[in-house]
Design a protein around this ligand. Structure first.
Ligand code: ADP
Ligand code: SF4
Length: 689
């Protein structure tokens, strides 16, 4: 298919200093939990992005010195020459597909407690380390400042030698040395590096000039700068010092990569922000500089991208998450295949991987992080291994992804869904407040499946054992999902909560089915992800009084990993929800709940008309178990394999269900791998001294 000429502007080459980007699609630096520890995984993932058409592919932040050590978070490093081969692999993979490679040099100042290197952290002023480690950074003296500049220059020279095309100075996300020097909050120096705006800007200006001087002949120099910290006068604002920084340094870098700080604002989730949410803050930048500008905002709509360029807001469409959800987004626009774009849902599961220190995963893209270790490509999949028909039971994320990937392999697939609607939990959850974009998990797959002539979809087809045996399928995969427990069993309770059989107990399934309680309603959250909080919002919208009880220290505790927790708590407070932390629900009475403090065991009674219990789920595995128990019947029916996947196997998040569906499809009719089913990256043992 040919590209729609409307999008031609997105494929214009753009000069960045001494380099030229082949189009306007720009993968900005993003963490991925792989970095220097899983270099092949990281290099393969970046290479796939380049193959997918991004003109610029950057690595994640790159520490320039052992005094900037983010352990256990895994980023890139250029502490010395020994770190260069890892980068070389990444750069080669990016260049192999004609993209420019960028690296984001960083010193994390008092943001890095140096847990591995044990160096004393450095900061413009005496500062306690972020992350609650009992460690402080010491205020840098003049020699420290000279050292910092030298480390930065040395790292830039190494980056140039490796072959990077774009070298960044990192002044964003409310972290990094250059940010802290600029910041009135973190810089209380009284010398020429503190006090006035010009003084606070000095280190950035010097480092920028020195980087240009060192490598600017052949490398483009980019500044990633947060123009607004969203904290008003206490911080940098886009109409105050944010603008002043760009005005002061306007033509010095070859590219401005602008955003808002901190990271939770830059990578805001769909629950709290819409596509293009940064535009109001960054749109001034191009009026102040003639240099190209890149910005992000979870852009997935090519029309929106065109309008950003035409309006003069951006020269490059920056993307981290949209490039993770669909590494081939630019190629798809170029080839006129817009309906094939797998749009990011803004869930930040990708972000959680960085916090939790493991390789990147994505709800929408099950191949993300698996490019090297399993050899999975986001667009290519092996042809079918047999002519057997496959029956997929259940059209939730697991069943839909299995159907989609099996269909692409060329299998004849029958997808049977009990209800009228496809999408399973995603369809139900996407109707809850702030969750609409989650429906993209369904929409992308349904759209793809509809175009596959070898896939038949049967709605309102609740499958029984007999139906499955009569289906004529050679392979059967059960993806019938899960239901929320009605007995309160979960992390806190290993046996049912007394009174959980009373009629006033509701579960998220009731709420999603439209069976709403009377107020006041007490929500018991032993799940700690988003569900209880969105139900709280839903019930508040009905005008019900809501009490949120959790054994954790705050609401939706796991969402710290998606950077949503503070916003969720704020929203519930604003909605007037009564929040009771560090408490367990221990019994349900006729018109009250018995609670106990998790520390002291002290009991209190809270009057309420209903309780919504959000603890654990149970798989809907009755059909699978019945089939699995009758091997002879399966054999007689010609069913050679029977599998259960997704929530019907073990309930988990949507990302796990999509992955399970994809993995099933990849592995069908393939030989069972021996031992560990993926490649590992092992540490090479150095010879003993
Ligand atoms: P997952 O997250 O594992 O994909 P979901 O709960 O989202 O699970 O989806 C499961 C889907 O399976 C739901 O749409 C449900 O209606 C469907 N389903 C459950 N039992 C049957 C059955 N016996 N026959 C067909 N579909 C079923
Ligand atoms: Fe987008 Fe979620 Fe994938 Fe991250 S994990 S890229 S937010 S869909």
């Amino acid at each position: 298919m040919a590209r729609d000429p409307r999008y031609d502007i997105l494929f214009e080459p753009v000069k960045i200093g001494p380099k030229t980007a082949k189009n306007r699609f720009y993968q900005v630096p993003h963490c991925n939990g792989m970095g220097h520890l899983y270099p092949n995984g990281m290099a393969a993932m970046r290479g796939i992005k380049a193959e997918g058409g991004w003109a610029v592919v950057c690595t994640e932040e790159c520490e320039i010195h052992p005094s900037s050590d983010y352990t256990p978070v895994t980023e890139m490093r250029l502490w010395d020459d020994g770190d260069m081969p890892v980068h070389q692999r990444v750069v080669d993979n990016i260049h192999a597909h004609g993209a420019l490679a960028g690296t984001e040099l960083v010193h994390n100042s008092h943001d890095s407690p140096n847990r591995f290197s044990r160096e004393v952290p450095l900061s413009p002023s005496h500062q306690i380390c972020i992350y609650n480690d009992p460690i402080q950074a010491r205020a840098m003296d003049k020699e420290d400042i000279r050292n910092f500049r030298r480390w930065h220059r040395d790292a830039a020279l190494r980056a140039k030698k490796i072959g990077y095309d774009i070298i960044y100075l990192y002044v964003a996300h409310n972290i990094t040395m250059l940010t802290y020097f600029l910041s009135r909050r973190y810089n209380d120096r009284t010398d020429e590096y503190g006090g006035s705006f010009e003084n606070r800007l000095r280190l950035l200006r010097e480092t920028l000039e020195e980087t240009k001087d060192a490598v600017g002949d052949t490398c483009a120099i980019a500044v990633r700068f947060a123009v607004d910290e969203l904290m008003g006068e206490k911080g940098i604002t886009h109409d105050g010092e944010g603008r002043a920084v760009i005005e002061a340094l306007a033509e010095l870098p070859d590219l401005w990569d602008v955003n808002i700080a901190g990271w939770e604002n830059d990578s805001a989730t769909a629950r709290f922000s819409e596509e293009g949410y940064q535009e109001e803050f960054i749109s001034f930048v191009k009026q102040v500089t003639s240099k190209p500008v890149v910005g992000v905002g979870r852009y997935t709509s090519p029309d929106r991208m065109v309008s950003l360029v035409e309006k003069g807001v951006l020269d490059f469409i920056g993307a981290a998450r949209p490039s993770i959800a669909d590494p081939f987004l630019p190629k798809k626009v170029e080839e006129g295949r817009l309906e094939d774009i797998r749009e990011c849902i803004g869930c930040n599961i990708c972000v959680s991987c960085d916090f939790l220190g493991h390789p990147l995963r994505c709800t929408q893209n099950p191949t993300m992080g698996e490019e090297y270790r399993r050899g999975w490509h986001p667009e290519n999949i092996a042809a079918k291994g047999s002519d057997a028909r496959v029956l997929v039971v259940g059209a939730g994320p697991a069943g839909l992804e299995a159907t989609h990937a099996l269909g692409k392999r060329g299998y004849d697939v029958m997808l049977a869904e009990a209800t009228r609607d496809l999408g399973g939990r995603v369809t139900l959850e996407s109707r809850l407040p702030g969750m609409a974009e989650y429906a993209r998990v369904r929409d992308y797959r349904v759209q793809q499946i509809e175009r596959l002539t070898n896939v038949e979809v049967f709605r309102e087809s609740k499958m029984t054992l007999e139906n499955v045996l009569e289906s004529g399928a050679g392979h059967v995969v059960i993806a019938t999902g899960a239901r929320w427990r009605r007995d309160g069993v979960g992390r806190q309770h290993t046996s049912p909560i007394p009174g959980s059989d009373l009629a006033q107990l509701f579960t998220p399934d009731d709420i999603m089915a439209g069976r709403l309680p009377e107020g006041p309603v007490l929500l018991y959250d032993d799940d700690h992800y988003y569900m209880t909080s969105v139900i709280a919002e839903r019930l508040c919208a009905e005008g019900l009084e809501v009490i949120f009880v959790t054994p954790a220290a705050d609401v939706a505790n796991w969402t710290h990993n998606t950077m949503e927790q503070p916003r969720i708590q704020a929203r519930l407070i604003e909605l007037g929800v009564e929040i009771r932390t560090a408490h367990n629900l221990i019994a349900i009475e006729d018109s009250a709940a018995l609670l106990s403090c998790v520390y002291t065991g002290q009991e209190t009674r809270r009057d309420c008309a209903a309780i919504v219990s959000v603890t654990a789920r149970l798989p809907n595995d009755a059909l699978y178990l019945a089939l699995a128990a009758d091997a002879r019947a399966l054999d007689a029916a010609g069913i050679s394999t029977l599998k259960v996947i997704g929530d019907a196997c073990a309930p988990a998040a949507i990302v796990h269900a999509v992955y399970a569906g994809h993995r099933y499809a990849r592995e069908l009719d393939e030989p069972e791998p021996e031992g560990v089913p993926f490649k590992r990256e092992r540490v090479a043992l150095a010879p003993l001294p």
